[in-house]
Design a protein around this ligand. Structure first.
Ligand code: 5AD
Ligand code: SF4
Length: 348
């Protein structure tokens, strides 16, 4: 049943701590019933911070000349993939800024093929590489990728325009989501919450968009201002506690409204509170994407301020994570793809 807009606005507007606790509990019950309490890991390989887009909120946008651009080598990317495999992560995410040139498309195709080869076809591959043609999406799917994340960012088209240069288009992005579906992927999208000028009604409409597009996965997070962007005036006065609460409410509302999809608890939540990601799991998320990028490169991938774990290496991150997950009574889905239950049901 299509979620009720007013009901969503009501959930997203809750403030009272007891009512919020009830909201998270209700979402957690639905998660338990629909997808269980296993957390699926996807190691994120942050392949490159080169991006041809210039989104006004993002620290690695093309207009920011104030930091070093990198692309890791095939060898380094495969070393990270092998590490994921050895840790018994079921899947990984290949993420980078957007590039559409032929050399890049070939590089990604080869990388997907190589990852499949080194893991005997066992590592699941999610891509998060921006807007490309349906043909390119199909090529990467054939090479072995099977999930794709592309956030719509906001479904309020006026707000979309204030956050992006004129040549970035909401419609193109929505078309890309549809191309991905046709190419065979499990499709993930998401929005930022707490954007300047965004209302609870906007966010309720975002959730209705997820429902109408029948998405399989969500990765959403609070907007966190970055000093080197056109929105830097928002850095001062930013309230991390409020942003965290908004992010958790969004996860809970999505779990209640969309039931059996995969929902990620994102790094942005952890940037706001050391336990932010665990709180995300308790509010209804079931996928966690540990950063496995070598620390040598990691500080180059600063989409927003205060991205966590900059000085930890991947092994330390893994240990502290496992402990935190046992502490909240959940287990890790080792060696499993942890595909979207929603997708599986649609395919049946
Ligand atoms: N705060 C939070 N999330 C951000 N992203 C980009 N910039 C920010 C920011 N300042 C998110 C966008 C994008 C993803 C890669 O990172 O939603 O889709
Ligand atoms: Fe590029 Fe994504 Fe950042 Fe936009 S949000 S500038 S597309 S990395």
């Amino acid at each position: 049943m299509r979620p009720d807009r007013n009901e969503l606005i009501k959930l997203l507007s809750l403030q009272d701590p007891d009512e919020l606790a009830d909201l998270y509990k209700r979402a957690y019950e639905i998660k338990k019933q629909q997808v269980g309490t296993k957390v699926y890991f996807r190691g994120i390989i942050e392949l490159s911070n080169i991006c041809s887009k210039n989104c006004f909120y993002c620290g690695i946008r093309s207009g920011n000349a104030d930091f070093k651009r990198y692309t890791i080598s095939m060898q380094e990317a495969l070393r990270e993939a092998k590490w994921c495999y050895d840790q018994r992560y079921g899947s990984l995410v290949v993420q980078a800024g957007e590039r559409t040139d032929a050399a890049w498309i070939d590089f990604i195709t080869e990388l997907i093929t190589n990852i499949k080869e080194l893991s005997d076809g066992k590592l699941g591959i999610t891509l998060s590489l921006g807007e490309l043609s349906e043909e390119v999406y199909a090529r990467w799917f054939e090479a072995g990728a099977h999930r794709y994340l592309l956030r719509i960012e906001t479904t309020n088209q006026d707000l979309y325009k204030t956050l992006h240069p004129a040549d970035h288009s909401f419609e193109t992005r929505r078309e890309c989501l549809r191309s991905l579906r046709r190419a065979g992927y499990q499709v993930g999208t998401g929005v930022m919450i707490g954007l300047p000028g965004q209302t609870m009604a906007d966010i309720a409409d975002d959730i209705l968009f997820f429902y109408d597009e029948d998405v399989d996965m969500l990765g959403m997070g609070p907007y966190i201002p970055h000093h080197n962007t056109p929105l830097k005036h928002l850095v001062e006065g930013f309230d991390p506690d409020n942003a965290l609460q908004l992010g958790l409410k969004l996860i809970a509302a999505c779990r209640i409204a969309l039931k059996d999809i995969n929902i990620a608890t994102t790094t942005a939540l952890q940037a706001l509170h050391p336990d932010g990601r665990e709180q995300g799991l308790l509010a209804g998320a079931n996928v966690l994407m540990p950063n496995i990028t070598n620390t040598e490169f990691r500080d180059g991938y600063q989409l927003y301020e205060g991205k966590p774990n900059l000085d930890e290496n991947a092994d330390e991150t893994m240990d502290s994570l496992s402990q935190k997950i046992s502490a909240i009574g959940e287990s890790i889905g080792f060696d499993e793809w942890g595909d979207s239950v929603h997708f599986a049901k649609r395919m049946n």
